[in-house]
Design a protein around this ligand. Structure first.
Ligand SMILES: [Fe+2]
Length: 295
């Protein structure tokens, strides 16, 4: 059965049929998915009841798996999942929902803010692939916004203003904006800000997009409040409702997105019940701009 992709939102997002992730993919199938990602930016695959190994095997078709270190406050000894898997659940190592005041839970609440995965890394992520193993009955949707459309719909003055701007991204800024500021010296060092261009050009399609994220705390050369005001304005513009797709999860869904061209966030849900979501992340292959020299 051949892969077929149907657009399910007015501006982006494709739904893929004719694919079975429990089996290895052929080169034509991989090429079809890559082409679908370049076109739709988000792909939805239903009915994929996969193991972690099957998720990893599918993921490596699109590049190297990103190293999860440096992306969270969870210590290696507390990981619930094997290497290569990023735990986006609300569960502890023993599979129980995290307590309300658990530091990991509070840190993970930052995923409710619009962001692009790993924009806080000098080489930011290419794709993310999220598998719904236990989903929320109500809420817990993942929302996506198309940053190519966000760029295309800027007026000329704004397009000129943002053209060469460089932003500073860090988990310190996204968590700080939620009032989560208690970080150890080691965590602060791990979350040292990195620089990213505000306008990116897709390496395959050549389309420009806004590279926004709640991890942004400043713009190089700008006063901080002025920078944050502009980033808020742009984020509001970029996430207007007609340009947002809300994914309501079913068990066995796999949703994959291009972090270079989309923003996403998760919505609230009943955290006393397990929600088991497992992510694989495909590493990017280049910095978007040269980094500042270490002081
Ligand atoms: Fe994310």
């Amino acid at each position: 059965m051949a892969i077929c992709i149907r657009q399910i939102h007015p501006v982006f997002v494709g739904e893929v049929s004719g694919i079975d992730l429990t089996k290895p993919l052929g080169p034509e199938e991989v090429a079809a998915i890559e082409a679908g990602m370049d076109r739709y930016a988000v792909l939805v695959l239903h009915g994929q009841n996969i193991t972690d190994d099957q998720q990893l095997a599918f993921s490596v078709n699109f590049g190297a798996i990103e190293n999860r270190e440096g992306g969270n406050i969870t210590k290696a000894s507390e990981y619930r999942l094997k290497a290569g898997m990023v735990d986006v659940s609300n569960l502890d190592k023993d599979g129980r929902p995290l307590a309300r005041d658990d530091r990991k839970r509070m840190f993970n609440l930052g995923n409710r803010l619009w962001h692009s995965d790993s924009s806080f890394r000098a080489i930011p992520a290419k794709y993310s692939l999220l598998s719904g193993r236990i989903v929320a009955d109500k809420g817990g949707e993942t929302e996506f916004a198309d940053m190519r459309v966000a760029y295309d719909t800027l007026d000329d003055d704004m397009r000129t203003l943002v053209a060469d701007l460089v932003c500073e991204h860090s988990l310190i800024y996204s968590r700080g904006s939620m009032g989560f500021t208690e970080l150890s010296d080691e965590e602060r060092k791990m979350f040292t800000p990195v620089r990213q261009r505000l306008v990116r050009t897709h390496p395959v399609t050549g389309r420009k997009s806004l590279y926004l994220s709640s991890h942004i705390g400043g713009i190089v050369g700008w006063p901080v409040p002025e920078a944050r005001d502009l980033v808020r304005d742009l984020t509001e513009h970029a996430t207007r409702r007609p340009y947002v797709y809300a994914h309501k999860w079913r068990v066995g869904d796999l949703v994959m997105w291009d972090n270079r061209t989309t923003l996403h966030r998760v919505r609230r849900f009943d955290e006393t019940k397990p929600r088991d979501m497992r992510r694989t992340t495909i590493a990017g292959d280049a910095m978007t701009v040269e980094q500042a020299k270490a002081a």
